[in-house]
Every structure is written in C-alpha cells, then in structure tokens.
Design a protein around this ligand. Structure first.
Ligand code: NDP
Length: 307
C-alpha cells in the first residue's frame, strides 16, 4: 500500500487518477474546483481532501497534474499549502508538463522539509490515459523514481528515466514542440496542395505511406481535421506553453534554434486567436483562415473571405 494523493482532475488527470482509485493506493484527491473532486469520488471512490495540505498529510506520494509548474508552485505555501501537510520522506510526483527551472526551485523548497521531487510528464493523450498506456518521462534520482514506480505503472506503459531533475520536463517540451511543428507544417502543406488541386485525403494517404508521415498526418488530420470533429482533448493554450518551454530551453542551452523560436511564435499567435478553451488541433483553423482553404474530407472548400 502506497498512500497517494492526486491533485488536478483535468482532462488527463481524471483518467490517470481513475487508475489509482482502482489500485492499492488509498487515494485522496483534491481539485481547485471542488465539485470535480466530489464527482470523481462519487464515481470512482477515494476521499476528497479539502485543501492541498489535507491531501498531502500522511501520503507517501503526492501527484500533481496541473497546467504549469507555476500552478504547482502556487500550491506550496500557506496554512492550506502542500508544505504544511507533507511528511518527511514523501515524494512530490509532478506529472504536469512543466518547466525544468521552476521545478528545480520547487524541489529545493521541498528538500528543506525532507520531501523528494520527481518530474514525470506524460504523453499519449486522454485516450492513452484511459487505457493506462501513457509514456512517462521522468527526471530525478533513480531511488526516488523506484519508490514511486508503482504509481506510475498504474497509468503508464512505458516509464523512462530521462536524467536528472527537470529532464522529464525538458524531454516532454521538445516532444510537444515537434508535435506543434508537425501540425502547423502539415496544415500549410495540405493547404498549398488543396490550392493546387490535390485533395487533402489523397495527400494524407500518400504522405502516410511516405517519409513525411507523423502522428499529425497519421492520426490527427484524418480523425479530427478531415472530419471537422475537432474534439477538445488537449488545449492549444497548453501546447503553446510547451513549445515556449522548448524554445526557452534551447536558448538557455545556447543552441541556435530559429525553428523552435518560430514555432513558439506561431503557437502564441494561434493561442491568442483561439482563446483558452480551444483544442490544439484547432490551430489548423488559423492556417485555413490565412490560406482561405478548408481541409475537410471529400469537398475542399475554398473561401474568398480569409478573415
Ligand atoms: P486541464 O486544463 O484539462 O485541467 C487542468 C487542471 O488543473 C484542472 O483540474 C484545474 O482545476 C487545475 N488547475 C488549473 N490551474 C490551477 C491552479 N492555479 N491551482 C490549482 N489547480 C489548477 O489540463 P489537462 O488535464 O489537459 O493537462 C494537465 C497537464 O497535463 C498539463 O501540463 C498538460 O500540458 C499535460 N498534458 C495534457 C495532455 C492532454 O491530452 N490533455 C497530454 C499530455 C500532457 P479546475 O477544475 O479548478 O479548473
């Protein structure tokens, strides 16, 4: 039995926590909007914590899955904060797609109380979380990772020790920067092809049998763009954040990175246009608007109004 708390019952946090509720973790959950935690416990079991401190008290592992590292840091202090509840020897397992620099600051604060930190962002999306098939990229000490491994195995299929503290966050940010780049590049390329008389579904079929294929062309475009479905599984605002982390990482490492910087700029623009709630694949709509082309199945509609 590894008493565990889970904070952040969002789009991906909820299916991850569901696996913990079904396992030997004596699960406690906390969510900023309390109604979500109440609903979770009614449906899946566990106990609702009233505050982050309450969630951390008596727990060996505290999992966080929030939008940003700054959000995790904001839960540390005050009488209701995590630090007020943590027991020495506990571990904060941060599944947020966060940034290495803020995580190092968080880890230093925790270390003063004898609490360990492992960054463990995940990849595989909501469907991967539902299937307990996530890839987990971990940063931190091997001993700390070994201690929290049973928790990670509850929702992860491939658990990788990427390197020292922050390495998981860094790897995840670069992975997502590639996702962002592929989505944008595919949208531009398919729009150009559509304008040249090549239908998007045909173009995707050929690309997916050729060397230009990526998750974006194999899955996202056929399932979400051609159909016009655009389900909300991962907010564009979060992908904007991830690309920004990757671009900052490259700059801090003094690696010339014009493509990462440009991708970050494009996604900042898309985020601004689409707002906080749009799905990441909806960035394609921005390219469509600029190109005056709609990339839907069977009929490719050209519009004269690009506004
Ligand atoms: P959501 O926006 O769906 O959920 C965010 C969660 O964090 C909610 O529970 C929200 O609470 C809570 N929250 C937001 N701000 C704060 C805050 N300041 N203090 C406390 N709680 C807060 O995000 P996701 O679940 O999609 O993503 C979570 C993390 O996982 C992100 O870092 C994301 O990049 C990453 N990720 C997401 C994937 C996906 O497919 N969705 C895939 C891989 C990684 P409330 O209910 O009150 O709003």
């Amino acid at each position: 039995m590894l008493p565990t708390a889970f904070l952040g019952l969002g789009a991906i946090g909820t299916p991850m926590a569901r696996h913990l509720a079904a396992g030997p973790f004596d699960l406690v959950v906390w969510n900023r909007t309390a109604a979500r935690a109440d609903g979770f416990v009614s449906a899946h079991g566990g106990r609702v914590a009233l505050t982050p401190a309450d969630a951390a008290r008596g727990r060996a592992v505290v999992v966080t899955c929030l939008p940003t590292s700054a959000d995790v840091a904001s839960l540390l202090d005050g009488p209701d904060g995590l630090l007020a509840g943590f027991e020495p020897g506990a571990t904060l397992l941060d599944c947020t797609s966060g940034d290495p620099a803020t995580s190092r600051q968080i880890a230093a604060r925790l270390a003063e109380r004898g609490v360990r930190f492992v960054d463990a962002p995940v990849s595989g999306g909501v469907s991967g979380a539902e299937a307990a098939a996530l890839t987990v990229m971990c940063g931190g000490e091997a001993d700390d990772l070994a201690r929290v491994r049973p928790v990670l195995e509850a929702f992860g299929r491939r658990i990788v020790h990427a390197g020292p503290l922050g390495a998981g966050h860094a790897l995840k940010a670069v992975n997502n920067a590639l996702l962002a780049l592929h989505i944008w590049g595919a949208a531009e390329g398919l729009a150009a092809l559509a304008r040249s008389g090549v239908a998007p579904e045909l173009a995707l079929e050929v690309i997916n049998a050729s060397s230009g294929r990526a998750n974006a062309t194999e899955n996202l475009f056929p399932q979400r763009v051609l159909t016009g479905a655009f389900p909300r599984t991962f907010r564009a605002a979060l992908l904007d954040k991830d690309v920004g982390i990757a671009a900052d990482l490259a700059r801090a490492a003094r690696v010339p990175s014009p493509l990462l910087q440009l991708t970050a700029e494009l996604w900042r623009m898309a985020h601004q246009e689409l707002g906080e709630e749009a799905d990441h694949v909806e960035a394609v709509r921005v390219v469509e608007r600029l190109a005056g082309v709609t990339l839907r199945s069977a009929s490719v509609s050209s519009t004269t109004d690009a506004s």
